[in-house]
Design a protein around this ligand. Structure first.
Ligand SMILES: Nc1ncnc2c1ncn2[C@@H]1O[C@H](COP(=O)(O)OP(=O)(O)OP(=O)(O)O)[C@@H](O)[C@H]1O
Ligand SMILES: [Mg+2]
Length: 369
């Protein structure tokens, strides 16, 4: 098993930095997901690793070997793309066998390996079919088979599921994850879909405009997002933000925002901040809808009015207007009657509130963090 290490990788196209001092380490056998919006440099990163694009600067190591100057075929890296790239005139067997034939592997050995991989992916019954006789999910399995059969050191997958319908995508997500754990190949998986990333990753690296924003387990990036970009990108529906000005007095903290005043007693304020402009963040599922001013509730309470409600399958989404801001709320008690126009009190439990510096977007630390 092999690790993958990328140090200070920059790729410039004219004035755009597709990658900007990009550093990432994928441990041996790890499933790392690279997550970010369209155009942030994900494909450029994998193409540099595979040797299809020359970086402007930076180093790529596979295991202990610097591979910057190795041609793609010598890097021992397999790539799976969104569009499968199967050879249309070849049957599945030959599609999978192709990389081995190119390497002049003896025929019997090829046969062994192809049948092994077909068995692993449960596509033995498809070996005599041409790609046009396969469904999208089956084509994706064949593409995986063709990558696996080479027993590469590193697996690179660039949005391999985006051509599949929602149900199949969810199914294949779990299949790929199980397969990766079974074969143990170090994997870098790319997606712009945060749900896919969160459900598959051992570690997730979130990027924006060629820059890594945060690397951590799905739980870490969800619970302690490093900045407002990550907080907004991870989690659905996305986090609510309220921009505030802060004033501190002996009795506590006052946050003022668009005609609403939020008070936090000194005993519940443990945030380190250097500017008066802070952004409060709270996930929709962490907001509590209170029927009235519930005195037992520990957190910030804000009066508001229900603006909009929407059924999200098992859950509902309620939008509550406070001042000039709108707060999205999910995870609503089934007994709650969400009538539009109804006056409610929303509760933000102190431990669930995130604070960010408004100017930089960076997370503000709690004193006990
Ligand atoms: N060959 C190229 N010449 C010029 N600019 C390029 C080239 N390839 C990529 N770019 C630019 O580099 C940036 C990153 O592109 P890249 O394809 O890596 O993004 P991505 O994260 O994979 O996006 P998507 O999710 O849409 O696939 C974009 O601004 C893109 O326009
Ligand atoms: Mg891409």
């Amino acid at each position: 098993m092999t690790s993958l290490r990328i140090e200070g990788l920059t790729k410039r196209y004219g004035n755009t930095n597709a990658l900007d001092e990009f550093s990432l380490k994928v441990d041996s056998g790890q499933f790392m997901v690279l997550l970010g919006p369209s155009g942030c440099g994900k494909t450029t990163a994998v193409r540099c690793i595979a040797g299809l694009v020359n970086p402007t600067s930076g180093q790529i190591y596979i295991g202990d070997q610097l591979v910057n100057n190795l041609p793609p075929k010598d890097r021992d890296v397999a790539m799976v793309f969104q569009n499968y790239a199967l050879y249309p005139h070849m049957v599945v067997y030959n599609n999978i066998a192709f990389p081995l034939k190119m390497r002049k592997v003896p025929k019997e050995k090829i046969d062994d390996k192809v049948r092994n991989v077909a068995n692993l992916l449960d596509i033995e019954s498809l070996l005599d079919r041409k790609p046009k006789e396969l469904s999208g999910g089956q084509m994706q399995r064949v593409a995986l088979g063709r990558a696996l059969v080479r027993e590469p050191k590193i697996f690179l997958m660039d949005e391999p599921l985006s051509n599949l319908d929602a149900k199949l995508r969810t199914y294949m997500r779990a299949e790929i994850k199980k397969l990766q754990k079974k074969v143990g190949i170090t994997t870098l998986y790319i997606t712009h879909d945060q749900i896919e990333a969160m459900s598959m990753a051992d570690q997730v690296a979130i990027m924006k405009s060629g820059l890594i924003q945060q690397i951590g387990t799905p739980g870490e990036v969800y619970q302690k997002p490093a900045n407002t970009f990550v907080a907004d990108f991870v989690g659905s529906p996305s986090m609510n933000f309220i921009k505030c000005k802060i004033t501190e007095e002996n009795s506590g903290i006052t946050l003022e925002s668009n005609n609403i005043i939020l008070k936090i007693p000194q005993s519940n304020w443990d945030i380190e901040h250097s500017s008066e402009n802070v952004t409060l963040g709270i996930r929709p599922r962490d907001v509590i809808l209170l029927e009235s001013d519930d005195n037992d509730f520990i957190g910030i309470k804000i009066k508001g009015k229900i603006l909009f409600t929407e059924l999200l399958g098992d859950d509902s989404l309620v939008e509550v207007n406070i001042g000039t801001d709108t707060i999205r709320v999910t995870n609503i008690d089934s007994n709650f009657d969400p009538n539009i126009g109804k006056e409610v009190v929303i509760g933000l439990p102190y431990p669930r509130i995130h604070f960010f510096a408004t100017e930089t977007g960076n997370r503000l630390l709690r004193k006990k963090d």
